[in-house]
Write a protein that binds this ligand. Structure first.
Ligand SMILES: [Zn+2]
Ligand SMILES: [Zn+2]
Length: 180
């Protein structure tokens, strides 16, 4: 992705997504604040962000469009019962792991060190909020009682919903959990 911005001297400075919001020194010596990623993308004539599967699901959840259907993932009968669960997508570990990871890294990098140091779960949750995707799962009461879904079964259950399967394929090490 070709991203760049102009220094006050007029020179064009090339940057990558992870530079967004940081600083970059121009050849003229001026230290510039790099625009936000959405600004950079706009200037490059691209939509301000690409919608990955995690983003898509977060939007769908916000718009009350999840779960995608009312069919029990275990027995296939219609149900309005829902197992409230969420998937915490793996945290980015390195550059170049794909666009989404790069964006997240770019947004969180300044806090990353703090998060890894922090033993305060609440703080970590606030900073990591963007990585958690709500994945309500249709599960009828009969099946819920029969299988008593636990955290370790969640991946298999979630994979039966194509959209969630897509998410778990993109984030194979994601951590699924049941919301209490
Ligand atoms: Zn300059
Ligand atoms: Zn069922």
């Amino acid at each position: 992705m070709d991203l760049s911005f102009n220094c006050t001297c007029g020179a064009q400075i090339r940057v990558t997504a992870v530079d967004a919001g940081g600083t970059k020194r121009c050849r003229c010596g001026q230290v510039n604040t790099v625009p936000s990623l959405s600004k950079l993308r706009q200037q490059a004539g691209k939509p301000s962000y690409e919608v990955g599967i995690a983003d898509k699901l977060r939007h769908m959840f916000a718009e009350d469009r999840l779960p995608p259907d009312n069919v029990c993932v275990e027995c296939g009968s219609e149900t309005s019962d829902i197992l409230q669960c969420s998937v915490e997508c793996e945290r980015p570990r390195a550059k170049g792991r794909g666009y989404w990871s790069t964006v997240v890294l770019g947004m969180l990098a300044p806090f990353w060190f703090l998060i890894s140091l922090s033993h305060d779960y609440k703080n970590a949750e606030v900073f990591g909020e963007d990585l958690i995707v709500q994945t309500p799962l249709p599960l009828c009461p009969t099946c819920a009682a029969a299988i008593q879904p636990r955290k370790k079964d969640l991946h298999n259950l979630l994979r039966r919903v194509p959209l969630y399967d897509q998410l778990l394929q993109e984030y194979p090490h994601a951590d699924a959990d049941i919301r209490q």
